[in-house]
Design a protein around this ligand. Structure first.
Ligand code: SAM
Length: 375
C-alpha cells in the first residue's frame, strides 16, 4: 500500500467533493475517515459549509461596497475550499492567495488551483503568523483550529485601509469558560458564564481584535458577528487611525447596566459593549444558492438582518427571566413580543439562541411586563 503523502502531487489519488456550487479535491485517504476532523492530514469540515456560505455572501456585498473585485488572502486555507467557493460562486474576486503551513495542505491546494484552472487561486506554503510580502488585500480570512490570536497581527497588517478582516475562533472552552486562567492570559479577559457565555466570547474576541488593530494604529469595526455553538466568527472593517473618543470596551455589568441578567458572581470582561453588526452592511448581504442545502443560509441571514436592527448588549432567555421572577409559567414568545412592541420598543429573535430574543427595553420595564402577563 502506497502512502499518498509520499507521492508527487500529480500522482496522488484525490476524491472530488462538491460544496455549494464548487467542486474540490480532497486527498482520497481522508474522505469518509472517522474521528475528529483535525486528525486528518488535510482538514475539511463539511459542518462549516454554512460559515463558508456566509463568506460567499460577504465577499459579494464587500466587492459591491468597495467598488471593485477583491484581492483575498485565505491565510489558513487547508484544502482552499473557502477561496475556491469565492472564485467559483461569485464575480467578486480577482485572486485568492491560499496559504497553509502544512505540506499536505499545500499539495492539495496545488491540485485544487490546477483544477480551478484560471490561475486566480495562488497556493503557497507559508506560516500565517507573518503577513505575505504583498500586504494589500481587500479581504483577509483567518480560520484556524482553536485560537486566532497568533494570526491577528499579520491579518490586520495585510488588509488595505477600508478592507475587511474575517476571523474565526473555536477555543470556546477558553473564550466562554471554563478555562479562566487561559482566557486571562490569551485575551486579557474573564469569560461571561452561563447562558450568555457565547455572546460574551464574541465580545471578548472583538475587544482583542480591536486591541491588536490599535497597536498598528488602526481600528477594527465589527460588521457582522456570527455566534455558533462551537465557534464564533467576526467580520471587521479595518480603518486607518485610532478609535479615538470611543469607549466600547469595559467590564460587565457596568454602572447603570440594565440588560439581560448576568450570572457571574463577579464582573466579566473587559469586553466589547458596542454594536455586533453594521446594520447597513448586514442589510446589503445577498442570499446565495447552495444546492442540496437550500434552507439553512436564508434562515440565518433573515435572523441576522432582523437582529442587526436591534443591536443591543446581550439577549434575553424567557426561561431565565421567568425563573428570576418566580413566575407560575413562562409567557409565550408571541405574548412577550406583542407586549414589548406595545411599549413602543423593538424586539427581535437572535441567531445565537433559538429561544432567545433581543430588545432595547431596560430590564426593570421588562420585569414589569413579565409580572403583568403572569397575573
Ligand atoms: C481549520 S483549518 C482551515 C479550514 C479552511 N479555512 C476551510 O474553510 O476549510 C486550519 C488550517 O490552518 C493550518 N495552519 C495551522 N497553523 C498554521 C500556520 N501557522 N500558518 C498557516 N497555516 C496554518 C492547518 O494546517 C489547517 O489546514
Amino acid at each position: 500500500m502506497v502512502d499518498p503523502e509520499t507521492l508527487a502531487p500529480k500522482e496522488r489519488p484525490l476524491d472530488l467533493k462538491q460544496e455549494g456550487a464548487t467542486h474540490l479535491f480532497l486527498p482520497e485517504h481522508e474522505v469518509g475517515q472517522k474521528g475528529p476532523a483535525h486528525r486528518r492530514a488535510v482538514f475539511y469540515n463539511p459542518a462549516m459549509a454554512l460559515s463558508r456560505d456566509m463568506s460567499v455572501s460577504v465577499a459579494t456585498a464587500e466587492a459591491a461596497r468597495q467598488g471593485h473585485k477583491l484581492r483575498v488572502w485565505d491565510a489558513l486555507a487547508a484544502t482552499g475550499v473557502r477561496g475556491l467557493r469565492l472564485l467559483t460562486e461569485t464575480q467578486a474576486v480577482e485572486s485568492v492567495l491560499a496559504t497553509d503551513q502544512s505540506l499536505g495542505a499545500f499539495r492539495t491546494l496545488e491540485q485544487n488551483a490546477a483544477r480551478e484552472g484560471s490561475g486566480r487561486l495562488v497556493p503557497r506554503w507559508h506560516d500565517a503568523e507573518t503577513a505575505p510580502e504583498r500586504r494589500s488585500f481587500d479581504l483577509v480570512d483567518i480560520d484556524p483550529f482553536g485560537t486566532p490570536v497568533p494570526f491577528l497581527r499579520a491579518g490586520v497588517e495585510a488588509v488595505v485601509d477600508g478592507g475587511m478582516l474575517a476571523v474565526t475562533a473555536t477555543d470556546m472552552a477558553v473564550l466562554a469558560g471554563p478555562e479562566t486562567q487561559t482566557c486571562l492570559t490569551r485575551y486579557g479577559a474573564r469569560a461571561v458564564r452561563g447562558y450568555l457565555s457565547r455572546e460574551g466570547a464574541m465580545r471578548i474576541l472583538i475587544a482583542k481584535i480591536r486591541a491588536e488593530a490599535q497597536v498598528l494604529n488602526r481600528t477594527a469595526v465589527p460588521q457582522l458577528s456570527v455566534i455558533g455553538g462551537y465557534h464564533i466568527r467576526g467580520y471587521f472593517r479595518i480603518l486607518a487611525g485610532d478609535p479615538t473618543g470611543e469607549h466600547g470596551v469595559s467590564q460587565v455589568p457596568f454602572e447603570g447596566y440594565e440588560g439581560p441578567p448576568l450570572l457571574n458572581p463577579r464582573p466579566s470582561g473587559p469586553l466589547w459593549t458596542g454594536k455586533l453588526h453594521d446594520r447597513n452592511f448586514v442589510r446589503s448581504l445577498p442570499e446565495i444558492a447552495h444546492p442540496g442545502e437550500e434552507k439553512a443560509f436564508p434562515k440565518l441571514l433573515t435572523t441576522l438582518k432582523s437582529e442587526a436592527e436591534v443591536d443591543c448588549l446581550f439577549y434575553h432567555e424567557t426561561g431565565v427571566l421567568s425563573k428570576r421572577l418566580h413566575l407560575r409559567s413562562p409567557p409565550s414568545r408571541e405574548t412577550i413580543f406583542e407586549a414589548v412592541r406595545a411599549e413602543g420598543a423593538r424586539i427581535t429573535e437572535t441567531h445565537a439562541s433559538p429561544s432567545g430574543w433581543r430588545t432595547e427595553l431596560p430590564l426593570p420595564r421588562l420585569e414589569e411586563i413579565f409580572r403583568r402577563i403572569d397575573r
